[in-house]
Write a protein that binds this ligand. Structure first.
Ligand code: HAM
Length: 413
């Protein structure tokens, strides 16, 4: 037997309703906040990700699905959405349509990670990217959408962690300090961090290894090195969050695994999920548009892990009935009329099923129950002779008789 690739999931018909519901809530919230959908390719030229995410990050170093196409070009399945949206923003001159540009996307992402609960090699993100302002109001707009969405989805215990990682003016000073501190404790770091302490020292702060954690606890805080502009930006962002009474926790060690961030970074965590507890994350990236070849445009964004968010929802959502009407035909002589009524109902947009397995009447009702239908249209041979049918409300059990041309009027959907 051929199995699905490791770290991927089949989303089965029985669970797809949860995805549809989540997607519908996302689209509704995006419309409410004035975000427009953008769809970019699933694969991009490899160097787009190398340049934007950063050569010395885990994603680019270890996790990309990269291949040569038949023309010998290096392509990569997108590991995230931001780089591609920025590429599309520049390539299609979306700036020309006016700023701020507020875009959203939904779709599969690919990372060659070690699979575990909540961590997959193909997973789905909903993301937003907002271009055009240096103001903390833009960061706040993105955070507010994410917060509101989690509340509506029913993941109320989500914790928002925020930090500022500075800008190219102030961060180098901190990195210098960090490198010299890390050099002192080199022997106490894991192998990965020994390497990172030289190539990308900020990433050390993110290491979960216990021995590294001990070193990390004594390292200087980035916040103490922020320039006035970054510091004020962070203070003003917090002010806006306070006005809205959006709860947050300041997390001075929050750094994130992408090189493109400047100033604000944040994560939404849901503790019950264990190790993979970030159900969404994002930050500001003021230099990325320029780096991809566009005119300098500040931006900020967020992406939600859809699988993890659905894990956090658990069984809080009730499945809605998937059909409105089941046509029960009693005896062979009613089958023809049942077929006519089936077509009529579907033409009226009523979600309708009838038996096509030649089931007994009892088995037809059982099937109607299993499908959780709201109504049964019952065609009995005696009633049909008088052009009459019965409509049963399956919730109340109430049954009414109608002329065959009039039963549609009895449905309350
Ligand atoms: P990220 O933190 O890498 O950020 O991913 C965002 C979310 O995607 C994570 O919080 C997590 O819920 C989910 N996720 C990531 N990797 C996996 C995985 N292997 N399996 C399941 N879920 C996963 C970004 O991707 C940035 N592009 C976010 C952003 C948008 N920043 C600015 N704009």
């Amino acid at each position: 037997m051929i199995s699905r690739p490791k770290g991927t999931n089949d989303i089965l018909p029985d669970e797809i309703w949860r995805w549809h519901k989540l997607e519908a809530m996302i689209r509704k919230e995006c419309a409410c906040f004035g975000f427009k959908e953008i769809r970019t390719p699933i694969f991009e030229e490899t160097h787009l990700f190398q340049r934007s995410i950063g050569e010395a990050t885990d994603i680019v170093e270890k996790e990309m699905y990269t291949f040569l196409d038949k023309g010998g070009r290096s392509m990569t399945l997108r590991p995230e959405g931001t780089a591609a949206v920025v590429r599309a923003f520049v390539e299609n001159n979306l700036k020309g349509a006016g700023l701020p540009a507020k875009l959203y996307y939904l779709g599969p992402m690919f990372r060659y990670e070690r699979p575990q609960a909540g961590r997959y090699r193909q997973f789905h993100q909903f993301g937003i990217e907002c271009f055009g302002s240096l103001e903390p109001a833009l960061d706040a707009e993105v955070i507010m959408l994410a917060h509101e969405l989690y509340q509506k989805i029913g993941v109320k215990d989500v914790v928002l962690k925020i930090n500022s990682i500075g800008c190219p003016d102030c961060r180098p000073k901190y990195l210098e300090k960090l490198r010299s501190e890390l050099a002192k404790y080199k022997d106490r770091l894991c192998e990965n961090c020994q390497r990172r302490s030289i190539t990308n020292p900020l990433r050390v702060l993110d290491c979960k290894e216990e021995k590294c954690q001990e070193v990390i606890a004594d390292l200087p805080h980035l916040q103490d090195y922020l320039c006035d502009e970054c510091s004020l930006h962070f203070t003003n962002l917090k002010k806006i969050l306070d006005i809205w009474e959006l709860p947050y926790v300041e997390e001075p060690r929050l750094v994130r695994g992408f090189d493109y961030y400047t100033k604000t970074v944040f994560e939404f965590c849901f503790d019950d999920l264990g190790a993979q507890n970030a159900i969404g994350a994002g930050g500001r990236y003021d230099k990325l548009v320029e780096e991809i070849g566009g005119e300098s445009t500040p931006a900020v964004g967020f992406a939600m892990g859809m699988e993890r968010t659905l894990l956090a929802v658990g069984d809080k959502w009730q499945k809605e009935p998937e059909i409105d009407l089941y046509i029960v035909s009693i005896g062979q002589e009613t089958k023809e009329e049942a077929l006519r009524q089936l077509l009529l109902a579907r033409r009226h947009g009523i979600r309708t099923e009838m038996d096509i397995l030649n089931r007994s009447v009892k088995a037809q009702f059982k099937q109607a129950d299993r499908l959780d239908t709201k109504y049964c249209l019952i065609l009995g041979p005696d009633e049909l002779k008088d052009n009459r049918v019965k409509l049963r409300n399956m919730q109340s059990g109430e049954e009414s008789e109608y002329q065959i041309s009039e039963w549609l009027g009895g449905l309350k959907l």
